[in-house]
Design a protein around this ligand. Structure first.
Ligand code: ARG
Length: 467
């Protein structure tokens, strides 16, 4: 390989020095795990809360650096740390032999047991682990619960889901019959979902702990964190954090007053990234459309590769490629928002290139010949004759692309861009109500796309009148 990824080169420097130099500690977590980490609103302002959150606040304070929390799905955390997106993980993570190959763990600061959540009406059906033979069971992806279920419920049919609320929702709706979860988190969900309960079954290997994960070979960093943990334990702070988290989880304001801002902010962000995606996508699309229509074989080939690659791969993959690629390959430190928007722009660019190319191609060949025979140059014919007609083909298709982008932009939620879908998921986690937030998100997307398609209809009608 010609050049080493930057993260490998940097790995020689103790993470402690990197953080100190930067003055900012970037901590990754998956805020779907109350009371360990979750989001809440205080007077309309969003903030992170939970035991882990209070602990990392202390760590940042002890080191006299600013704290930056990076919220993403649990299964993306280790990758994010490997590529240098975050300095450490504080996300109720359990040290395991498997993970210790990749990262170092701090001392433990919290103990949890593993429980199974089922519907109350099934209480008598599930008395031992053997009763789960051929039963659908949900777990969070890439967690110790997944591992435990594989080991101790080998005959169950496992469904691994990305986020904790989905894991619970699937039991609640009967999609799966049981879920494996950390006790303390399960208890929080039980209080909000009266039809659910813990099954009277015991795992053999049920006692687990949580610790903070840091990049390998950063002894100074690990030491500093362990110091803070020890200090917190000595002063009884962890217990206090726990009490505080429980209070903050269940303050009794109404759903909308608590979570309304999440949806409004989310809608704003979704509109913003979609507009940026379509505008810059149109610029890129225009360029590539002309490259593809040009007479140069090389330019044509470049455009062809770009368009085919983008159209032939899922947006989800592209989002991750940009997110991790910009750091691991290019060594850039871009925010999730920038990466997500960039991926959308690149994605839109390819589709819009095809829209523009097809729009130009659809103009009758005779138009160009006629324009040229009237003495116009090729460029003039393009500008004055072909493009005005092509625009009429292109605009409606662009409108459709815009509608598609609004819906597809929900995919960037996977890297933690806080648009509508992401915020709906945050509310799922914070409210322990997995369904209502989804319903609200669905309605919001629908209203957005419906309005847009009406507007497009009006524009199209105006244009056909001008014919
Ligand atoms: N303790 C489990 C593990 O380490 C689950 C942690 C899940 N954390 C979260 N924030 N969703 O795998």
């Amino acid at each position: 390989m010609a050049s080493l990824p930057l993260s490998l080169v940097q790995a020689k420097e103790d993470q402690f020095d990197i953080v100190k130099k930067r003055g900012v500690l970037k901590v990754g977590l998956s805020a779907d795990f109350a009371p360990m980490e979750f989001e809440r609103t205080v007077n309309g302002k969003r903030e992170y809360a939970g035991i882990d959150v209070d602990l990392i606040k202390k760590i940042a304070k002890d080191q006299n650096v600013k704290l930056q929390i990076v919220n993403m799905s649990f299964d993306s955390l280790l990758g994010a740390m490997k590529t240098g997106k975050i300095d450490m993980i504080a996300s109720g993570m359990t040290p395991t032999a498997e993970r210790e190959k990749e990262v170092d763990f701090s001392n433990n600061y919290f103990s949890v047991t593993q429980k199974v959540i089922i519907q109350k009406k099934d209480k008598n059906k599930f008395k031992s682990l053997k009763d789960f033979k051929d039963v659908p069971v949900s777990v969070q992806k890439q967690t110790t619960q997944e591992e435990l279920a594989q080991k101790e419920m080998p005959d169950a049919t496992l469904t691994s889901l990305t986020r904790t609320p989905e894991v619970i929702m699937s039991v609640n709706t009967g999609k799966t019959k049981a879920a494996v979860i950390d006790s303390i988190v399960g208890e929080a969900y039980l209080t909000q979902n009266p039809s659910l309960t813990f099954a009277d079954v015991e795992f053999n290997d049920s006692k687990k702990t949580t610790a903070i994960a840091v990049p390998k070979d950063s002894p100074k960093f690990l030491d500093a964190i362990n110091q803070s943990i020890k200090d917190a334990q000595d002063k009884g702070l962890i217990k206090e954090y726990e009490k505080k988290a429980h209070k903050e989880m269940f303050d009794d304001a109404s759903f909308l007053s608590k979570y309304g801002t999440f949806f409004i902010q989310g809608i704003g962000a979704t509109i913003l990234i979609s507009i940026i995606g379509v505008i810059f996508g149109s610029l890129i699309g225009g360029i590539f459309a002309f490259l593809k229509l040009s007479s140069s074989k090389i330019l044509k080939a470049i455009a062809w590769v770009y368009i085919e690659f983008i159209r032939g791969t899922p947006l989800l993959v592209q989002v991750f490629l940009v997110y991790f690629g910009t750091t691991a390959v290019l060594g850039l430190d871009l925010s999730a928002f920038v990466c997500g928007t960039l991926a959308l722009i690149l994605n839109c660019g390819a589709y819009i290139a095809e829209i523009i190319r097809a729009g130009i191609k659809a103009v009758d060949k005779g138009q160009m010949e006629a324009a040229r025979s009237l003495g116009l140059t090729h460029a003039q014919s393009m500008n004055k004759v072909i493009m005005p007609q092509a625009i009429k083909n292109i605009l409606p298709a662009l409108g459709n692309e815009f509608i598609t982008v609004i819906k597809e932009s929900s995919i960037v939620s996977v890297i933690g861009v806080s648009e509508l879908m992401f915020n709906a998921q945050v509310v799922q986690g914070a409210s322990f109500d997995p369904f209502t937030p989804l319903l609200i998100a669905a309605i919001a997307y629908f209203v957005l796309t419906f309005i847009l398609s009406r507007v497009m209809n009006v524009i199209e009608r105006r244009m056909s009148v001008s014919d």
